[in-house]
Design a protein around this ligand. Structure first.
Ligand SMILES: NC(=O)c1ccc[n+]([C@@H]2O[C@H](COP(=O)([O-])OP(=O)(O)OC[C@H]3O[C@@H](n4cnc5c(N)ncnc54)[C@H](O)[C@@H]3O)[C@@H](O)[C@H]2O)c1
Ligand SMILES: N[C@H](C(=O)O)[C@H](O)COP(=O)(O)O
Length: 306
């Protein structure tokens, strides 16, 4: 049976709605989508895009109305995308939908709207009171992020043994990796044994504790970040643990931007997302590549059957 999937509509000044309208027919082959957007906002977007609204485009009417301005950072669009996301959470939590897929939001628009979260993952973490793990990737390579939406100057402060150990255990519980998981160091050259920082000492302790507990060498010792993603290393590893956002997402998006998706781990609900943002530069220009969106839907559906 095809599962119902809630789709939060993302920032309506960005590319999300175009993907939803263009790919409705395709995703209907895999699921029964419910789009969190009201008729008025949908009509506005479809007129701007000159794309017809499919007759079977089922809506959950997220409240609110504003004038769509393609490519503009706007508090009202930020608020609407946040409300749409919360509706998708509710539908999924209530069991009306079996999974949710999120179209991209704009963090600056959320901030302008006074929303006290950086992105979807932080909302999910607070809502479900669980340490959600942000993982992005595709079948060739996945990267889970130990720290994510924070200023670089704060990253090193996040290193503590208990938290990193729990992160690795949670990751293992969610993924059950079949090959050895590559754990990156934080510092250049993984600190060269303490010459360039000392966070690797703590990473070693966490890895050793977790491997011991799992009675298996699941996680590597901290790898040198600048060579961890060479083609030779990628042959041996599908899953990577990156210590901060760009350490993992620069290589992933350089290699597999089109096809990758974002999956939230360690939650009681299924949530996947595109790996790209609002792409304001191409909003309403019908240039957006839909592969990540289609893959996000496919993965959400696959997870409902697990
Ligand atoms: N899933 C999400 O909600 C999500 C993910 C990433 C970024 N963001 C947010 O989106 C906003 C814009 O982010 P950004 O500019 O850093 O990244 P972006 O992914 O929106 O755009 C980066 C570049 O990639 C291109 N691009 C993005 N998606 C594309 C697609 N589907 N097809 C073709 N080209 C595409 C854009 O045109 C742009 O040149 C920020 O607020 C960011 O935080 C949200
Ligand atoms: N870090 C993600 C990326 O670069 O694609 C993105 O900002 C989305 O994060 P959320 O799923 O938490 O909104």
């Amino acid at each position: 049976m095809k599962p119902h999937v809630a789709i939060s509509i993302g920032d309506l000044n960005g590319v999300g709605i175009e993907l939803a309208l263009r790919k409705h027919k395709k995703i209907k082959e895999w699921c029964k989508p419910i789009y969190c957007i009201n008729k008025e906002m949908l009509s506005q977007a479809s007129a701007l895009l000159n794309l017809k609204i499919p007759t079977d485009f089922k809506l959950f009417a997220t409240k609110g109305e504003f004038v769509i301005e393609p490519g503009i950072v706007d508090a009202k669009a930020g608020q609407y995308s946040f409300d749409s996301f919360n509706d998708a959470i509710k539908l999924t939590e209530d069991g009306i939908t079996k999974a949710m897929v999120t179209l991209p939001i704009n963090k600056e628009a959320w901030s302008k709207a006074g929303i006290d979260f950086k992105g979807h993952t932080e909302v999910l973490r607070k809502h479900f009171k669980k340490d959600a793990i942000m993982m992005l990737g595709c079948s060739k390579m996945f990267v889970a992020l130990y720290t994510e939406h924070m200023a670089l100057k704060n990253v090193a402060k996040q290193f503590n043994l208990k938290q990193l150990t729990q992160f690795l255990l949670d990751f293992h519980k969610c993924i059950h990796p079949k090959s050895k998981v590559a754990v990156l160091g934080l510092n250049p050259h993984a600190s060269d044994n303490g010459v360039l920082g000392n966070e690797e000492e703590l990473i070693i302790q966490a890895v050793n504790q977790v491997n011991k507990k799992l009675k298996k060498e699941v996680f590597t010792q901290p790898m040198v970040p600048d060579t961890a993603f060479t083609k030779f290393n990628r042959k041996n590893h599908t899953y990577y643990i990156a210590m901060y956002h760009d350490q993992g997402l620069i290589p992933l998006k350089a290699l597999y931007f089109e096809q990758s998706i974002n999956v939230s781990l360690n939650l009681p609900v299924i949530r996947t997302s595109v790996d790209h943002g609002t792409a304001f530069d191409i909003a309403y220009k019908k240039q957006a590549n839909a592969k990540s969106y289609l893959n996000a839907i496919k993965e959400a559906v696959r997870l409902t059957h697990k």
